[in-house]
Design a binder for this molecule. Structure first.
Ligand code: ZN
Length: 335
């Protein structure tokens, strides 16, 4: 069988438990969907996480993702269960352990930033690879962000944070802090080349400039952002500023790196009215090496593409990489 080796795809943003929500009627907008999501979060146990995450991670592995950053806000025992599930499924795992001060549901929250960092130290001491994840400026006040930013700098750890996914989050941030979410992250010392901002959908020009000047990464999750009605990634404006992009399957309504990458390029084409905005090789790097950088991974497993797959029939060897991102799904990954 003829095969093509590629670096494995890296899923830089996953909430594995949300896979259970696909296909469920879940409200008229993001906030109504969130109510259904919180109900699903509430019922999770270490046993459920261990079993369901292993299934979801096996699907990711089969789809060509060989590493995952799990953005985790379900508690410490469930964090350990997620790590075990990843080991069982054979996917490299980074626990993006979430800090949550306010809002959400009881189980998400720590009493203080110090308590949160205590959880991080405990999980690190157990050998779990951990990144810091202040959930959002909705969930973390400025003093938490500052303390987390300092710890991340001292320990050289990745920082992942949701920002600018929904207009309401920006309005609330302006009312509370007099600035927009990414501006607040910059003020609090949370932006650096180790920082990944998830979504950035409604970021304005000044916020995008801050991402560029700090060398931060944006994680795009186009299939989830479409499903939730978030809006379009400002792809062309990010590319114009040379802000690095990576991808995440986020709510896991779809698990297909090719589809995420194709959406990314599709958004850029619609915004620019041109074709070939992101070169195929660059798209493949967005799906792999940039995600690995976002997670602080130096190495991660490679994959093989089945060149005899029907989606690649008749494609000349020199066009295979472009055809992968233009017209293939995850079933081209050889198992
Ligand atoms: Zn998310």
């Amino acid at each position: 069988m003829s095969r093509l080796a590629l670096p494995g795809f890296v899923n830089a943003h996953s909430h594995a438990f949300q896979r259970a929500l696909r296909g469920r009627a879940a409200g008229a907008d993001f906030w109504a969907w969130r109510d259904g999501m919180l109900a699903e979060a509430k019922r999770q146990t270490p046993e459920l996480v261990r079993a369901a995450y292993a299934d979801t991670y096996r699907e990711m592995r089969a789809a060509g993702f060989t590493a995952v950053g799990e953005f985790h806000y379900l508690g410490v025992p469930e964090a350990r269960a997620a790590a075990s599930a990843a080991a069982e499924a054979g996917i490299a795992f980074v626990l993006l352990h979430v800090a949550y001060a306010r809002g959400g549901i009881d189980r998400f929250r720590q009493a203080s930033a110090g308590d949160y960092l205590g959880e991080v130290e405990l999980l690190r001491a157990e050998g779990i690879r951990v990144g810091l994840a202040p959930h959002s400026v909705r969930a973390c006040p400025a003093d938490w962000l500052s303390e987390i930013g300092r710890y991340a700098a001292a320990e050289s750890l990745p920082v992942h944070v949701h920002a600018d996914e929904q207009p309401r989050e920006i309005e609330e941030c302006l009312a509370e802090h007099g600035c927009r979410p990414i501006e607040l992250l910059a003020r609090a010392g949370c932006l650096s080349e180790r920082t990944t901002v998830v979504h950035g959908t409604h970021a304005d020009g000044a916020e995008l400039d801050l991402l560029a000047s700090h060398g931060s990464i944006v994680c795009a999750c186009p299939t989830t952002e479409a499903d939730l009605g978030d809006g379009f990634l400002p792809a062309v404006r990010l590319l114009h500023r040379n802000v690095a992009l990576c991808i995440g399957s986020d709510s896991n309504i779809r698990i297909d790196p090719f589809e995420e990458l194709r959406e990314l390029e599709g958004i850029a084409r619609r915004q620019s009215g041109t074709r070939g905005v992101i070169a195929s090789e660059d798209l493949l790097a967005i799906g792999s090496a940039v995600g690995a950088r976002a997670l602080g991974l130096e190495s991660w497993p490679s994959i093989e593409i089945d060149l005899e797959h029907r989606s690649l029939a008749g494609v000349a060897p020199e066009h295979v990489r472009a055809a992968l991102v233009a017209g293939c799904g995850a079933d081209v990954v050889a198992t």
